[in-house]
Design a protein around this ligand. Structure first.
Ligand code: GUN
Ligand code: ZN
Length: 440
């Protein structure tokens, strides 16, 4: 059964940080979906004659179809930590985050949270994500079970943390790594799922655990890795005390072989030039979590230094340090952080990092983040007139000549109301959410 959609189309053919004309915008376009994949994509006038006679066309004219968003950093157990103020990261972890994560010792809590979490991603137009569970293997188990049933392209890992955490949230060096290896053996590569080895951050792993994590990473070069780095100055000083042998915070991970293609490091604010070189050389991916950084007062990411060093960038909401699941909000906060730094990032760069840039860095470039034929049909339908203000502000902008202005207006003004539909593997995933689970 084919689904055929008519709308404006937007995606990227290259990285707009390096190439001009990297964006493709088709005013009157058509996307055909077959068997979960994009079968054809292009101008409506050119493609309609190729459709089977009688093929229904869903008319989304006035809307824009783009690849779904990819959120490269957020936490399943922190849904209820959103909007919890604290005087900085370390106090926030202790007061709000660790107590909330302790509740995930209960399997039902894990399963309920996974349902809400996946619903919310679909509502916001996020079709892929890199997710931290808790220390409990069952948190990730619950998320993977439901993500598999929904056919979501999703990466997750249980937190490895055997030190500097409450006793009920600690694993052991051996036990934590064994659990990770078992979860990876069971879930990695099933459906569209990927496993990420997930040391929470350097402070919560002993040297022994980091050593074992390094061994697992070495034995499984196919797995992803995710962690936090250089988020907050108190944290950076703490890591320097804990690991005096390391040149820098990032160097702790480097010493254990944890920088590589497919490694995602959240924040990357307080890095130096050598760190940025190492991120770029090792092809590790930075997840810029601007909304979280503003909320917790962690610091301002240095875009110019990161891009000059050749680092790959993507965007994370960092729920619940971040206050929203919306990647529009993540892009808006990223713009604001750049401005506070005296720098500028364009709407095209932001949109690219939120879609194809992340896909490329995660090794998924032909699969998602693009409307190219053959890609998996993870798409969203965005209504640029979803609210009266959006309608007014974008009225003159909805065509190819104004694409950059249009994207900027959207990332500043849009939220989940502008996501009219989310297709995951070619199936509508937003309009089909059970009514009972829709927020009233
Ligand atoms: N560093 C270690 N754990 C966390 C976490 O849960 N959130 C954020 N933002 N930073 C961290
Ligand atoms: Zn985080």
């Amino acid at each position: 059964m084919s689904i055929v959609l008519r709308a404006s189309l937007l995606d990227f053919t290259a990285d707009p940080s390096h190439v001009t004309g990297a964006v493709r915008f088709i005013d009157d376009g058509l996307v055909a979906i077959d068997n979960g994949r994009i079968a054809a994509c292009g101008e409506y006038a050119a493609l309609t004659p190729t459709l089977s006679p009688g093929q229904r066309i869903d008319d989304w004219r006035g809307c824009i179809i783009t690849p779904g968003f990819i959120d490269t950093h957020l936490h399943l157990p922190q849904i209820d930590v959103i909007a919890s103020p604290a005087a900085g990261l370390l106090q926030w972890l202790e007061r709000h985050t660790f107590p909330a994560e302790a509740a995930f010792a209960d399997a039902q809590v894990c399963s309920d949270a996974a349902t809400f979490f996946l619903d919310e991603l679909a509502r916001q137009g996020t079709t892929s994500a890199c997710v931290f569970g808790t220390v409990h293997a069952q948190s990730v188990q619950a998320l993977f079970e439901q993500a598999l049933a929904r056919d979501v392209r999703l990466v997750a890992g249980k937190c490895l943390m055997d030190s500097h955490a409450p006793a009920n949230l600690r694993d052991t060096a051996e036990g934590g790594v064994q659990d990770s290896a078992d979860l990876a053996a069971h879930w990695h590569g099933r459906g569209r799922l990927g496993y990420a080895i997930t040391p929470r951050f350097a402070a919560t792993s002993s040297r022994r655990q980091l050593e074992l994590i390094g061994e697992l990473a070495h034995a499984r070069p196919d797995l992803l890795i995710q962690s936090h780095v250089a988020e907050n100055l108190d944290e950076v000083r703490w890591i320097a005390d804990l690991f005096p042998e390391a040149r820098s915070y990032l160097d702790v991970y480097d010493r254990y072989g944890l920088l590589r293609d497919g490694a995602v490091y959240a924040h990357c604010i307080h890095l130096d030039a050598v760190d940025r070189q190492r991120m770029a050389q090792s092809r590790s991916l930075a997840s810029v979590c601007a909304s979280s950084n503003l909320f917790l007062g962690s610091g301002l990411f240095d875009f110019d230094a990161a891009l000059d060093a050749g680092m790959a960038l993507s965007l994370g909401t960092d729920v619940g340090g971040g206050q929203s699941f919306s990647m529009f909000a993540a892009m808006r906060s990223t713009h604001e952080v750049a401005r506070l730094r005296g720098q500028a990032v364009s709407a095209l760069q932001l949109w690219y990092w939120a879609t194809q840039g992340a896909a490329r860095a995660l090794g998924w470039s032909a699969r998602v983040g693009t409307l190219a034929a053959g890609a998996e049909a993870d798409l969203i339908v965005i209504d640029p007139a979803a609210t009266p203000l959006l309608a007014r502000r974008t009225a003159q902008l909805r065509h190819a000549e104004c694409v950059e202005e249009l994207l900027f207006a959207l990332l500043v003004l849009a939220d989940d109301r502008a996501v009219r539909e989310t297709f995951i593997g070619g199936r509508p995933a937003k309009s089909t959410l059970p009514a009972a689970r829709k927020p009233s």
